[in-house]
Design a protein. Structure first.
Length: 403
């Protein structure tokens, strides 16, 4: 197979053509591309437009992403680099970044899983109630995907649409950021009890209503499914982590997906077809020729949640010495007919100080979602919308302390 030259790759990126042979690029190719564009003194708009055409085949880690900022001439490029980092969060890092340590034998693998089970049962699930602040960045494409016949337009007022790039709504870009308090009970993020008055769906955005998947439940269901298997070593924060994959079938899964909201569009009314002679009798305006249709028509839109209990699969990243789970990936197995096509979550855990203690808790998460904005109505044709949620947890403290 012929490989595209790097020069051709850059030209094709800048011309935003589809179908070129280098559409999926490695992290090294991304670095070379940014270096070349920087050397050619390309503008912020030009580089951002090139990055919009890139799909990574490897994970862009936070450390490498920070280094790429040296090649960014402005906020649009920085935004697209951040999008690449979030959208590649569940991929394998470059092979050169993976430890070359041989895989442990079967007894050693089982010993790691036993330590993880003890850690989850005796430490993680025994965490005290903690309060924190969760800051969520939303990146989204297809901001006008709702059918015009629904009478609904996007209300994503913070969307960046004036960059000068062609069809900016077709690409993932920053929409907004929100921060709200959360409470962690036994290591599980609890759903806020306060009523949310946001008009999700009608505002051109979705809300993932269920809390993030809980580590204890995922681990127990993976164990019960008998599918925990050694995959590889990976380096996290400079230390080796043992990576195990799992699959939880529907009959073993208690994982719920709840996404708000999708339209159900209904049209009501009476149509009266008329000829020039019968038109005045039926209340039609007098016409010079031909017939037509008269009547009272209304389009009503009801909004509803998507709810389902789903099978899922993913990976657990475990400290081999302590059994501490450093990262969890949960990828839902949704049906092609579902209005939610994809809902994949990665949660990173790390030590934080809260009150007089230090605890291992969620510190970052990324959710990658793909939905059908028109729901099951089918109005306006079939389209999908991708939304990336990149979240960070901060200001941990005992839940009973002053907020």
């Amino acid at each position: 197979m012929k490989r595209c030259s790097f020069f051709l790759l850059v030209l094709l990126l800048l011309s935003a053509q589809t179908g070129w042979c280098g559409r999926k690029v490695t992290v090294a190719q991304l670095q070379d591309l940014l270096h070349s564009l920087h050397e050619d003194k390309k503008s912020d708009v030009e580089i951002a437009a090139a990055l919009q055409q890139v799909e990574l085949s490897e994970q862009l880690t936070r450390v490498v992403m920070n280094g790429l900022s040296n090649y960014s001439p402005g906020p649009l490029t920085t935004e697209q680099i951040y999008v690449l980092q979030a959208s590649s969060a569940n991929l394998l890092p470059p092979a050169s970044d993976l430890p070359q340590t041989p895989a442990p034998d079967a007894p050693a693998q089982q010993a790691i899983l036993t330590r993880a089970q003890n850690y989850i049962n005796k430490t993680y699930e025994q965490l005290p109630a903690l309060a924190a602040r969760k800051t969520i960045l939303r990146f989204q494409d297809n901001t006008e995907a709702l059918a015009s016949s629904s009478g609904i337009a996007s209300g994503a007022k913070d969307a960046v649409t004036s960059s000068g790039m062609s069809n900016p709504g077709n690409f993932l870009h920053y929409i907004n950021a929100v921060a709200h308090p959360i409470v962690l009970e036994h290591g599980i993020v609890k759903k806020l009890s306060a009523k949310d008055s946001t008009r999700w769906g009608a505002n051109g955005q979705i809300d993932i209503s269920q809390p993030d998947p809980g580590l204890p439940r995922v681990f127990k269901e993976a164990q019960a499914s008998g599918t925990l298997h050694w995959v590889r070593w990976e380096s996290i924060n400079g230390k080796p982590a043992a990576v195990f994959s799992y699959e939880v079938p529907r009959q073993r899964s208690d994982l719920e997906v709840k996404v708000c909201c999708f339209p159900l569009i209904k049209q009501a009314g009476v149509a009266r077809f008329y000829t020039p002679s019968t038109g005045p009798v039926l209340g039609a305006e007098k016409a010079s020729g031909g017939g037509g249709v008269a009547g009272n028509f209304q389009t009503n839109t009801d909004w509803h949640d998507f709810k389902a209990s789903v099978p899922y699969h993913g990976s657990l990243f475990i400290d081999p010495e302590t059994g501490i789970v450093l990262r969890m990936i949960v990828e839902t197995d949704l049906k092609p007919s579902d209005v939610v096509h994809q809902l994949d979550t990665r949660i990173d855990y790390g030590p934080v100080k809260a009150g007089q203690g230090t605890f291992i808790v969620p510190v970052k998460s990324v959710i990658n979602s793909v939905v059908v904005p028109n729901g099951e109505s089918g109005a306006g044709g079939y389209s999908t919308r991708t939304t990336l949620f990149s979240s960070e947890y901060s200001e941990y403290r005992p839940a009973h302390s002053n907020q």
